[in-house]
Design a protein around this ligand. Structure first.
Ligand code: F6P
Ligand code: E4P
Length: 942
C-alpha cells in the first residue's frame, strides 16, 4: 500500500506544505490528491517567496496584470498568490465536500508584518477571506500574543483559521480556548458551527534546531546526546495529550452537539533540518488519529519511498516525553524561553521572506514599467560609506521602517507630532480624482482672455510652481506664469512691466495665509488692478490658494476673489507641490496636470510601504543622504541638473534644507554652483546629478563622472522627460522624510524661520511709527560700498582700510568643511546671478568651501532655516543695496524697500545671535557695487 495512503488509514490527513503555479498547471496537485490521498495545502510567505521570486513561472501573469495598469507591489503579490490559492482550493473542493468540510483546505497566511497587531490581523484575514472567496480557505493567523484575540474574533465571524507559528503548549491552550470561544460566539449569533474548521499548527523541526543548540552547549555530553532530536517530538506528543483532554471537556461537548469540529493539531515544519536525522523522523513519530501532517514535497517523497508507518505512534512513550521535559528543566534549559524566541524569530523569518518577495516583485514591476523611468543609481564615495548605507537599508527593512513612514509613525522621527504632517503621502490619488475640476477652472480663465498669471507666494507656495513654469515654458494660448517671491522693488517693477494688468490673473498662494510677502504684494497688486479695471472687477483677477480658515481665505472672500482653492492642513508648505499649491498654477498655465500626477503616482507606488529600502528609490536615496551626512560629514548636497530642468534645484533646496537643517544638524543643499574638477572640492560633498534623458549636458556628465571616480558620493537620477517632474517631486519628498529620520530631526517643522520673522516684524512696526530703521555704523565705506558687522564679527575681522583686506580676514575664517553663503537682497536676474556665480566659483576654487547663493527674502523661506538652525559651519555674506525706485505699500506706512531692509536686518540679527560668522555688504548701486565686490573678492583670495 502507498505509505502515504497508510497514514490516511491511520486517521491522519496529509497536506502539502507547498504551493506554486506549476503544481497546478502540471496537474501534480490533482494527482497528489488522487494518488496519495492528499487532503490539503498549506502556504506561507517563504513558500510564495520561493515560488514567485525564485522562478520565472509568474512572469507572464505579472506582465498581463501590469498591462492593465500599474499596481502596488502588494497588489501584484496578491493577484499572483490568490490565483494559486483559488486554483488549489478548487482542486481540493471535492475533498472538502467528501469529508463534510473536515479536510480539503488551502491555507493562506496573513502578512507577517502585522503579526503583532490584533486589529490589523482581523481586518486582513477578513479581507483575504472575501478576496479568495472559497469555503475551503483557511486563513493563517499567528500564535502571537496579538494573534490570539484575533482567532476568537475571526472564528466568531465564521472564518476557517489555521493558527501558525505555534510552539508552546501553554500558548496552544490559549489558542484552543480562543477557537472554542469563537465557536460559542458564532453559535450564539445564530451561526452554523458545523461549517467552521480550524487547525493549530505546531511547528516541529524548528524546536529541535533551537533546543539542540542549547543541548550542544551542555557540559554533560551524555545528557545532550540522549535528548538531541527528541524535544520537538516530546513537545508534540504532550500537545496531543492536551488536545484530547480539551476536546473531551463538557464545554466542548455542548459545541460538538451543535455539529462543531475539533480544532485538529497540524504538524508543521516537518522536514528535518539536521541532516543527521532520518528525513522522515517527524512524520513517523507523529502519526496520530485526528491530526494533520503538512509535508514539503521532499519529505512527502521520502515518506512515500521509505517511511515507516505505525498507527498511533504519537501515543507511544508519553512517559519518556515527560522525562525529556524534566531533564531539560534540570539542565536549566527553559523550553518557554526557546518557544517564545521561536515565535519572535518565526515572525521575523516570514517577514524576511516577504521582504525578499516584495523586493523581487518590485524589481520585476520596474523592469516592466520601463526601469529607467525610476532611474536611480547611488555610488557611495568609498566602501565604508557603501557598507554603512547597506547596513542602514537592512536595518530599515528589518524594523519595517518604510511601513512606519507610510503610517506616519512619529517615533520614526522625534515623536513631536510628525504624524500630523504626512498628508502628502496620499495626495497624488486624491488629486488625480480632482483633475477635472481644476481643468474646468483653468479653461474658464483662459476663455476670459487672461494672457499672464502672476503667483504671489513664498517657499513651498512658490518654488514648485516656479519649477513647473521654468521647465515647461509658455504654453501657447494659455497665460504665461510669472512667480513673484520677493520684496525687492526692482523685482516687483520688472514683473509689473512684463504683464498687462487688465489681462493678468493673480494667484495668491499661502498655506498659512499670514506670510507677510504675499499679503503686501496682494495689497499692492489689488490696488493696481483696481486702478486698471475698477474695484468691482478686481476680485475677478485674483485666486487664492490657502488652507481652510486662514486670514487669506477671509480676505479673499471679502474682496470677492474669483475662486478660493484649499490646501490640506496635513501637508506642510514644502511638501505641497502635488496638491493645489502646485496644481492650480500648473493648470492655469495650461499644463496637463493629470500627466504630471500620473508620473508621481508611478513613483508613489515605487516608494510604497510594500517596497523594501534597497528597491525603494525614495527611501534608498534618503538613507544614502542621511548616512553620508550623519556619519561621514558629506552634508553639502550639491545639486546638478540638466539645463532644461535645472530650476528643480530651487525647489529641492527648500525641501532639503528647511526639512533637515535644525538642531545643529542637517543637509546643506546648494544649486547652480559652477561645476569644477575634483581637486576643487572638499570631502564634505554629496553630488546629486539629475539628468534629463536625451538632453544631457556633456560637460556636466563628464564632470560628474570625474567626481565619482574621485570617490565623492554621487546619486544619479535619470528623468525620462519633463512630465516626470511629478515623479521627482514625490521621490524627493520621500527621500527627505527618510533622510530626516536618519539624521534624527523632525523634517516637517521649521523652528528657526520664525525668529527672523519676529525680528523683521518688530523692525517694520517700529518703522511704521518712527519712519526709520535703526541707524547702523559701517566698519568700512568706500566707492559706494559699506561693510557692517556686529561687534563680535567685527573684532574677528580686525581693522582694515580696504575692502579686500576685510574680505581676506573674512575668508580666513573659513574652516575645513564649512560653507560660504551669499545672501543677496537684490533683484534676482541673470546678470546678478552671474556675478554671484563668478564669486562663488573663485571662493570655492580657492578655499574648497561649498558655496550657496540665496536671494532675499526668498531664501528665508527656503534654505534660511538650515543657515540658522543647521550646523554652525556657515560663513555668511549678506549683500544689500539701496533701492532707487522704491514702492509704497497701500494701506501701510511702509515701502517694499523698507520691508526688504528690515528682513535683511532681522535675519542677520538672528544669524549673529546664533553665533554665526556673518557680515553685511551694502551696495549703493547694485551693478557697479557687484562689479567692485567681485574684484575685491578676487583680490582677497589671490
Ligand atoms: O505658504 P505660506 O504659509 O505662506 O508659507 C510660505 C513658506 O514660508 C515658510 O513657512 C517659511 O517661512 C515655508 O515653510 C513655507 O513654504
Ligand atoms: O504551515 C506550514 C508552516 O508554515 C511550515 O511547515 C513551516 O515549515 P519550516 O519550519 O520548514 O519553515
Amino acid at each position: 500500500m502507498n505509505r502515504l495512503k497508510q497514514l490516511e488509514s491511520f486517521g491522519q490527513s496529509i497536506w502539502l506544505d507547498d504551493l506554486k503555479r506549476d503544481l497546478i498547471t502540471s496537474g501534480k496537485l490533482r494527482s497528489l490528491v488522487e494518488r496519495d490521498g492528499l487532503k490539503g495545502v498549506t502556504s506561507n510567505p517563504s513558500i510564495f517567496e520561493k515560488a514567485i521570486a525564485e522562478s520565472d513561472e509568474y512572469a507572464d501573469a505579472l506582465k498581463q496584470f501590469q498591462s492593465r495598469g500599474d499596481h502596488h507591489v502588494m497588489e501584484i503579490y496578491e493577484h499572483l498568490a490568490l490565483a494559486d490559492i483559488r486554483d488549489a482550493a478548487d482542486i481540493l473542493r471535492p475533498v472538502y465536500d467528501q469529508t463534510g468540510g473536515r479536510d480539503g483546505y488551502v491555507s493562506l497566511e496573513c502578512s507577517p508584518y502585522i503579526a503583532n497587531d490584533t486589529e490589523a490581523t482581523i481586518a486582513e484575514a477578513k479581507r483575504l477571506w472575501a478576496a479568495v472567496d472559497r469555503a475551503n480557505l483557511m486563513v493563517k493567523v499567528p500564535g502571537t500574543p496579538a494573534g490570539i484575540p484575533a482567532i476568537r474574533k475571526l472564528v466568531g465571524a465564521g472564518l476557517n483559521i489555521n493558527i501558525t507559528l505555534l510552539f508552546s503548549i501553554t500558548v496552544y491552550e490559549k489558542v484552543a480556548d480562543a477557537y472554542i470561544a469563537g465557536l460559542e460566539d458564532f453559535l450564539k449569533a445564530g451561526g452554523d458551527v458545523s461549517r467552521i474548521a480550524s487547525v493549530a499548527s505546531f511547528f516541529v523541526s524548528r524546536i529541535d534546531t533551537a533546543a539542540d543548540k542549547k543541548l550542544d552547549a551542555l557540559p554533560d555530553k551524555n545528557i545532550a546526546d540522549a535528548l538531541r532530536g527528541k524535544v520537538a517530538i516530546a513537545n508534540a506528543k504532550l500537545a496531543f495529550e492536551r488536545y484530547k483532554s480539551i476536546f473531551a471537556s463538557e464545554r466542548w461537548h455542548r459545541l460538538a452537539g451543535a455539529g462543531a469540529k475539533t480544532q485538529r493539531l497540524l504538524w508543521a515544519s516537518t522536514s528535518t533540518k539536521n541532516p543527521a536525522y532520518k528525513d522522515t523522523l517527524y512524520v513517523e513519530a507523529l502519526i496520530g488519529r485526528d491530526t494533520v501532517d503538512t509535508m514539503p514535497p521532499a519529505t512527502m517523497d521520502a515518506f512515500r519511498d521509505h517511511g515507516e508507518a505505525k498507527a498511533d505512534a504519537i501515543e507511544d512513550r508519553l512517559a519518556h516525553a515527560r522525562s525529556v521535559f524534566e531533564t531539560l528543566g534540570k539542565q536549566g534549559i527553559s523550553l518557554k524561553d526557546i518557544t517564545d524566541q521561536l515565535v519572535v524569530d518565526g515572525v521575523q523569518q516570514f517577514a524576511d521572506a516577504f521582504d525578499k518577495l516584495c523586493g523581487a516583485i518590485a524589481r520585476r514591476r520596474l523592469a516592466l514599467i520601463d526601469g529607467d523611468r525610476i532611474g536611480q543609481k547611488i555610488s557611495a564615495g568609498f566602501p565604508e560609506m557603501q557598507a554603512a548605507i547597506d547596513r542602514e537599508c537592512n536595518d530599515w527593512r528589518k524594523k519595517g521602517l518604510v511601513r512606519s513612514l507610510w503610517s506616519g509613525d512619529a517615533a520614526l522621527w522625534t515623536n513631536k507630532g510628525e504624524e500630523k504632517w504626512v498628508g502628502w503621502l496620499q495626495i497624488v490619488d486624491r488629486e488625480l480624482r480632482d483633475v477635472g475640476a481644476l481643468e474646468a477652472f483653468a479653461n474658464n480663465v483662459r476663455r476670459d482672455g487672461f494672457g499672464d498669471a502672476v503667483l504671489l507666494g513664498m517657499g513651498g507656495s512658490s518654488l514648485g510652481p516656479e519649477v513647473i513654469a521654468e521647465t515647461f515654458g509658455h504654453q501657447s494660448g494659455w497665460p504665461l506664469l510669472h512667480v513673484l517671491d520677493s520684496t525687492d522693488p526692482a523685482q516687483i517693477h520688472t514683473i509689473e512691466e512684463a504683464v498687462q494688468l487688465d489681462k493678468t490673473i493673480f494667484i495668491v498662494s499661502s498655506k498659512s495665509g499670514s506670510t507677510v510677502e504675499p499679503n503686501i504684494l496682494l495689497d499692492y497688486f489689488f490696488a493696481r488692478v483696481s486702478a486698471a479695471v475698477g474695484r468691482d472687477r478686481a476680485g475677478d483677477h485674483f485666486v487664492a490658494v490657502t488652507d481652510p480658515g486662514s486670514s487669506l481665505e477671509k480676505r479673499a472672500k471679502r474682496s470677492g476673489f474669483r475662486h478660493i482653492f484649499y490646501g490640506l492642513p496635513g501637508i506642510g508648505g514644502r511638501y505641497s507641490v502635488l496638491s493645489n499649491f502646485g496644481l492650480v498654477p500648473a493648470a492655469l498655465m495650461g499644463i496637463d496636470i493629470k500627466r504630471l500626477l500620473e508620473t508621481a503616482s508611478v513613483m508613489e507606488r515605487s516608494c510604497g510601504p510594500d517596497v523594501p529600502p534597497s528597491e525603494n528609490p525614495g527611501v534608498e536615496l534618503g538613507i544614502a543622504l542621511g548616512v553620508a551626512a550623519a556619519s561621514f560629514g558629506c552634508n553639502k548636497v550639491t545639486i546638478v541638473a540638466s539645463p532644461k530642468i535645472d530650476d528643480l534645484g530651487a525647489w529641492l533646496e527648500q525641501l532639503l534644507a528647511e526639512s533637515t537643517g535644525k538642531d545643529g544638524r542637517g543637509l546643506i543643499p546648494l544649486t547652480d554652483e559652477p561645476l569644477g574638477t575634483p581637486d576643487k572640492y572638499s570631502a564634505d560633498r554629496f553630488f546629486v546629478y539629475v539628468e534629463l534623458e536625451g538632453m544631457a549636458d556633456t560637460y556636466q556628465r563628464e564632470a560628474i563622472s570625474a567626481l565619482e571616480k574621485a570617490s565623492h558620493p554621487v546619486a544619479r537620477i535619470t528623468v525620462k522627460d519633463i512630465w516626470h517632474l511629478g515623479q521627482e517631486f514625490f521621490r524627493w519628498e520621500i527621500a527627505t522624510a527618510v533622510a530626516g529620520a536618519v539624521i534624527g530631526i523632525n523634517p516637517f517643522d521649521q523652528p528657526d524661520v520664525e525668529a527672523s520673522k519676529v525680528k523683521t516684524a518688530a523692525l517694520t512696526s517700529a518703522y511704521e511709527k518712527t519712519r526709520e530703521l535703526p541707524v547702523e555704523h559701517p566698519l568700512f565705506r568706500e566707492n559706494g560700498i559699506a561693510v557692517y558687522a556686529d561687534p563680535n564679527n567685527a573684532s574677528a575681522l580686525g581693522r582694515h582700510n580696504t575692502l579686500q583686506g576685510i574680505l581676506k580676514s573674512y575668508f580666513d575664517r573659513i574652516e575645513p568643511n564649512d560653507y560660504v553663503a551669499l545672501l543677496a537682497y537684490i533683484e534676482r536676474n541673470k546678470a546678478h546671478t552671474e556675478a554671484m556665480s563668478a564669486m562663488r566659483e573663485s571662493i570655492r576654487d580657492k578655499t574648497h568651501a561649498a558655496t550657496c547663493l540665496g536671494f532675499g527674502p526668498r531664501f528665508q523661506h527656503s534654505t534660511g532655516q538650515a543657515y540658522k538652525g543647521g550646523p554652525n559651519t556657515g560663513v555668511f555674506m549678506q549683500i544689500t543695496s539701496d533701492d532707487p525706485e522704491d514702492i509704497e505699500i497701500p494701506g501701510h506706512r511702509l515701502s517694499f524697500g523698507v520691508v526688504k531692509a528690515a528682513q535683511a536686518q532681522g535675519d542677520l540679527d538672528v544669524l549673529v545671535e546664533r553665533g554665526r560668522r556673518a557680515l553685511r555688504i551694502h551696495l549703493k548701486d547694485v551693478d557697479a557695487g557687484l562689479a567692485e565686490l567681485e574684484r575685491a573678492v578676487a583680490e582677497a583670495l589671490a
